[in-house]
Design a protein around this ligand. Structure first.
Ligand SMILES: [Zn+2]
Ligand SMILES: [Zn+2]
Length: 88
């Protein structure tokens, strides 16, 4: 199960990347994805990402057609406010 690593990668924003770069400055070892340039401070995270990098998202929301690379992202999309508005 690599779900936790996937979550970590998925949440990587530009701001987070900047933070990672700054942290990486201190450790001097970073692992950039050779395909898209995303930077990881853990080699295992980079390789997990690399498996999916450049691939078409294979999980499609049957309700709105939105595509997701990760199953858990589709699942959270399906249970999010988009399709399940909270009752007032
Ligand atoms: Zn990549
Ligand atoms: Zn949807």
């Amino acid at each position: 199960m690599h779900a936790e690593i996937d979550v970590e990668i998925d949440r990587q924003s530009d701001a987070n990347k900047t933070r990672l770069l700054r942290e990486a400055d201190q450790t001097t070892v970073v692992f950039p994805c050779k395909v898209c340039g995303k930077i990881y401070i853990r080699k295992s995270s980079m390789y997990t990402h690399l498996r999916l990098c450049g691939q078409e998202p294979k999980y499609t929301c049957v309700l709105c057609g939105k595509k997701f690379k990760y199953k858990h992202r589709l699942q959270s999309h399906l249970t999010s406010n988009v399709h399940m508005p909270r009752p007032r």
